[in-house]
Each structure stands twice: as C-alpha cells, then as structure tokens.
Design a protein around this ligand. Structure first.
Ligand SMILES: NC(=O)c1ccc[n+]([C@@H]2O[C@H](COP(=O)([O-])OP(=O)(O)OC[C@H]3O[C@@H](n4cnc5c(N)ncnc54)[C@H](OP(=O)(O)O)[C@@H]3O)[C@@H](O)[C@H]2O)c1
Length: 302
C-alpha cells in the first residue's frame, strides 16, 4: 500500500493498541479477511477505500479536518490525540488552512499532532484569496510550512475563487512553488463549474489536483454539475463538512442511526460512507474526540 496508508499487520496492531470499539474492530477484521489472497503467495490486496489524484497518488477516502481545533472546545492534548488516533487508523489526509483559528492555531495544532508522523501524512493547507497578490502566495506558504513544522505540503489549495483575470497569476505562483519542491500539488476550493472552466483555460490550469467543496447528505447540489464535471476531468473532489458541519443533525439522524445499527456502525459512519460511495470523493470529517475518530475511521473498511 502506498505510504499514506497502513499495511494489514500495522493496521491490526494499531487497532489492538488503540482499543477500538466493537463495530470498528469488526470493520477492521473484515478488512483483514478481505485482504488475504489464500494460497497464491501474492501480496495482500489493500481494501481500504482509496481515491486517486490525477498524478497517480492514492490517498485514503476519509481524512481529517481541523477547522475548529485549538479553539478550546476540548483540551489541546485530547484533540491532538484524536488526530494521531485517526492517522494510526489510516485517516492520513489532514486538512487545515492558514486562516483556521487565531494566529494559525489550527496549523500549529496539526504541526504538533503530526510530529514524527510527517512521512505518513498527506498534508493539505490553504491560502486565502487576499494573500495572492505579489509574492503573497510564497509568503503565506512559508508561514504555513513553519507552523506545520514541515518543509513541504502534499497539496496547497486556493481557499476561495479569485477573479478570472487573476487565475493565471495564481497558477504560475503555485507552479513555481511546485518546481521549488515546497508543494507537491495544488488545487482550489469552493469553485463552481464556470470557475473550473475558467481555470482550465489558463496555462497549466489543468494541473489542478482537486476542488474542495461542501458536500453531504443534506447538501448534494454539486451532484448536478460539479461532480460530473470533475469526473470527466479525472479529478477527485474533497468534501468538506461531510457530516453537515459543526452542530450537524446528521450525526444524530434517527434514520441514519437505524441503518448504521444493522451493520454495527454509527449514524456518522453512514453519512460518511454515503459521501465517499463513488470512489471519486475524499471526505474530511473533523473531530476532536478520539472515540468519534474511531467511528469515522471504520468507514475506510465498510
Ligand atoms: N474549504 C472550505 O471552505 C472548508 C469549509 C468548511 C470546512 N472545511 C474543512 O472541512 C473540515 C470538516 O468540516 P466541518 O468541520 O465543517 O464539519 P463536519 O466534519 O461535517 O462536522 C464536524 C462536527 O461533527 C462532529 N463529529 C465528527 N465525527 C463525529 C462522530 N463520529 N459522531 C458524532 N459527532 C461527530 C464533530 O464534533 P466532535 O469534535 O465532538 O467529534 C464536529 O462538531 C473542516 O475541519 C475543515 O478542515 C473546509
């Protein structure tokens, strides 16, 4: 399996060490069983749900958001333990942004949580549109790298659209960061189909790796146009607020809970499984709770 996931033995060992609950460990056992290739001597086939980027990089279909981390909802230690638990269980795509929390607190939390685990993580952060003029993107990237305690990003996103006339300048800045090894890929967030079309018209615009957008059971309008457009262009989508956002009712939805109970999973797990069902979407649920993170990680094996 690629470096952002776990092999079978590591996965089982981590599950045992982390004391995962019965539904989660059932999913992990199913994963383990499905990975056997009896009598063939072949390497086990990974069955964790993955999504491929246009450059061939595969990542697990469930990652972890971090918007509200480091803002006092829970002790910092617990939140960082939750993120490390998620990484240990295979949720290795970590999403943050320069503007989450005061003074980059989310990036600082992520930097602490992934210490010693950098080579296992697919790290994503974002630059704000107001930081895109002059050498703003390079400066913002340097500051994010310092807060994240790393020397490269796996994916750097433009957090929200800029005017079409400014797209070529932004793409050129992303491409020079890529050439310098500071970022491995770049993408956008909150772009409509028209804005994606405009992006693809500028030089190197087609190198965009993803569009991160709002997508969940209650907000599925992107299925009308953006999702098919991205599929046609061989581009995965990253779904933010996949549980409906903070204070979402999806995690308490009785119908989802009923469906989940038949399979030993939570309502949240059902909502996440729905979001990633096409194999073209990476969901990035956020949780500062180790118990919730374990529920969410089970979706990788459903
Ligand atoms: N690009 C953008 O413009 C954009 C916009 C919004 C968000 N994002 C990214 O997407 C990430 C996720 O989105 P989001 O934070 O808006 O919403 P979300 O992931 O849909 O929902 C987060 C909420 O769900 C709860 N939760 C998580 N797992 C749970 C479980 N198993 N059972 C019960 N509750 C659970 C969390 O509380 P607990 O902590 O108590 O578990 C938290 O309150 C953000 O952190 C951010 O990285 C990007």
């Amino acid at each position: 399996m690629d470096k952002h996931g776990l092999n079978r033995r590591q996965f089982s060992a981590r599950c045992a060490a982390l004391g995962v609950s019965l539904p989660v460990s059932s999913a992990m056992l199913a994963l383990e069983a499905a990975a056997q290739v009896p009598g063939t001597g072949e390497a086990p086939k990974p069955r964790v749900r993955t999504v491929k980027f246009p450059d061939g990089t595969s990542v697990p279909a469930i990652g972890q958001g971090s918007w509200h981390l480091g803002q006092g909802k829970r002790p910092r230690r617990i939140e960082e333990e939750a993120m490390r638990t998620g990484i240990a269980l295979g949720m290795t795509v970590i999403d943050t942004s320069e503007n989450y929390g005061h003074d980059g607190e989310s990036e600082l939390s992520v930097g602490r949580a992934i210490e010693g685990l950098r080579d296992r993580v697919f790290l994503v952060t974002k630059v704000e549109p107001e930081h895109t003029s002059g050498d703003g993107i390079a400066r913002a990237c340097r500051a994010s790298l310092a807060r994240l305690r790393t020397d490269y990003l796996d994916l750097y996103l433009l957090h929200a659209p800029v005017a079409a006339s400014r797209l070529s300048g932004v793409v050129a800045k992303f491409e020079s960061l890529r050439a310098a090894g500071k970022i491995r890929s770049w993408g956008v967030s909150n772009f409509t189909v028209d804005q994606m079309e405009a992006l693809f018209r500028v030089p190197d615009g087609h190198r965009c790796a993803t569009n991160q957008v709002l997508y969940n059971l209650k907000r599925a309008e992107m299925e009308q146009d953006l999702l098919p457009w991205c599929e046609q262009h061989n581009m995965p989508v990253m779904a933010y607020s996949p549980l409906g956002g903070a204070n979402s009712s999806l995690v308490r939805d009785p119908k989802l809970a009923e469906i989940g109970s038949k399979f030993g999973h939570s309502a949240a797990a059902v909502a996440l499984a729905w979001v990633i069902r096409s194999g073209k979407v990476i969901a990035i649920p956020e949780s500062g709770s180790p118990a919730h993170v374990k529920e969410n990680a089970a979706v990788l094996a459903i």
